[in-house]
Design a protein around this ligand. Structure first.
Ligand code: BT5
Length: 203
């Protein structure tokens, strides 16, 4: 991958969307880091791995990116649907997959030496370049994998499956058991397929 390093930028997602396939943008600081659904991603300067990768669009891109991020963060990390990386049940990393035509810009933020209250971090001993290398290799691997393998990789790391959850949709919320993920990556809760929305683990 062709890696562009910036000291500071509003959001690596914005820089990456104008770059060709196979590019990545890494920064020490974002002044307007983004989460999903208009939310923000906050990290003080120099405390996190913040990167965006320009990948080919594919079905299950968001799950493939989550599996790659969980593998890069190490064996104890787990996935909360669709692609939050958890450590001991707390959010360690966030993944944002934004489709632009035939490409998807995958943004990954991993907390290293700071985390907001209730969230997790990998710790000061983390080799940031090693983590970036593992992410690049993982994204290449999982974006090249057949759908069935991505689903299996996601299930293997899933924290959400088998748990009671609350699903929050625009204008509606309900609780039920998270039973499985469907072939299109939707989460099945109490027999309903959820394609987009927020899930809260109830225990
Ligand atoms: C995400 O959104 O989890 C996707 C975050 C993606 C961030 C990367 S950093 C590199 C690239 N450039 C960007 O601008 N973005 C990407 P979401 O699931 O919507 O979660 C956002 C929520 O997580 C916020 O509303 C907060 O509650 C929480 N949050 C914010 N900062 C956090 C942090 N550093 N650690 C843990 N949780 C955080």
């Amino acid at each position: 991958m062709n890696i562009l390093r910036l000291a500071s930028t509003p959001s690596t997602q914005e820089v990456a969307r104008d770059l060709p396939l196979g590019s990545a943008v890494v920064t020490d600081h974002q002044t307007a880091g983004r989460g999903r659904l208009g939310r923000s991603w906050e990290t003080p300067p120099g405390t996190a791995l913040l990167a965006s990768f320009v990948m080919p669009a594919r079905p299950l891109a968001s799950l493939a990116a989550g599996v790659a991020a969980a593998h890069a963060c190490g064996p104890p990390s787990r996935l909360k649907w669709p692609n939050d990386v958890l450590l001991d049940g707390a959010k360690l990393a966030g993944v944002l997959a934004e489709v632009h035509g035939d490409r998807v810009v995958v943004g990954v933020g991993v907390n290293l030496t700071w985390a907001p209250p209730g969230a997790a971090m990998l710790g000061a001993g983390t080799d940031r370049d090693g983590l970036l290398d593992r992410l690049v290799a993982g994204l290449e691997r999982w974006f090249g994998a057949p759908d069935a393998e991505v689903l299996a990789g996601w299930r293997e790391r899933a924290e959400t499956l088998g748990k009671p959850v609350r699903v929050e949709l625009p204008g509606e919320s309900f609780e039920g058991l998270a039973e499985d993920i469907a072939e299109d990556g939707s989460l099945i809760v109490a027999g309903r397929a959820i394609a987009a929305g927020d899930v809260i683990h109830l225990r």
